[in-house]
Write a new protein. Structure first.
Length: 188
């Protein structure tokens, strides 16, 4: 379903746009997603709407069946730091997660409810994992979900397409960054 409205109390949730993940995906598609998410964050801030920046700091304790690619070395100390392009501000809300969904075992739902948020606009990486899991959880928690499809990236183009075309329409509304910003500008 395409975007129909921006709630007066919407929040932007940007998932896993952090140095360690983004740098491992160097290339045009991820750069575009970062640029679009940055534009969304600037528009939300400009209109006094909450910006929530989520990073992943590890995996769930006890999980051993998934091995990260690489040579087994310790990640750089800035691996979980958000990318500089997001221009983190003191008014932004930071959430760290250890699971795919930004809602699981974090304070995200409590934060959003305390802020009176009824709608989440989602962006980030990876479309079929962190973004999709967070979208499912947001829907399950009763939020009006909007997915900014050009502000997300997946290293597997087929998985990205599947999430955008098949899964997201069941969870909420989809839109481009320009469509979200235009609607914010028109309603604020």
């Amino acid at each position: 379903m395409t975007l129909t409205t921006i709630d007066p109390s919407s929040a932007l949730v940007v998932i896993d746009l952090q140095k360690g993940i983004v740098s491992a995906q160097a290339g045009k598609p991820v750069t575009t997603a970062v640029e679009q998410a940055t534009r969304l964050a600037a528009a939300f801030r400009r209109h006094g709407l909450p910006v929530v920046l989520v990073n992943v700091t590890g995996r769930a304790p006890g999980r051993t069946e998934t091995v990260r690619s690489g040579n087994g070395s310790v990640p750089p100390s800035d691996w979980a730091d958000l990318v500089d392009e997001l221009d983190v501000r003191p008014t932004d809300h930071l959430i760290s997660k250890r699971r795919r969904s930004a809602f699981h075992d974090t304070g995200l739902d409590t934060l959003l409810r305390d802020l009176g948020v009824t709608q989440t606009v989602l962006a980030g990486i990876s479309t079929s994992s962190g973004v999709e899991s967070t979208a499912r959880s947001a829907s399950d928690h009763g939020y009006h979900v909007v997915l900014a499809t050009d502000a997300m990236y997946d290293p597997d183009a087929d998985s990205h397409r599947h999430s955008v075309e098949r899964v997201f329409p069941k969870l909420g509304e989809t839109a481009t960054t320009d469509e979200v910003i235009k609607m914010i500008e028109a309603t604020r």
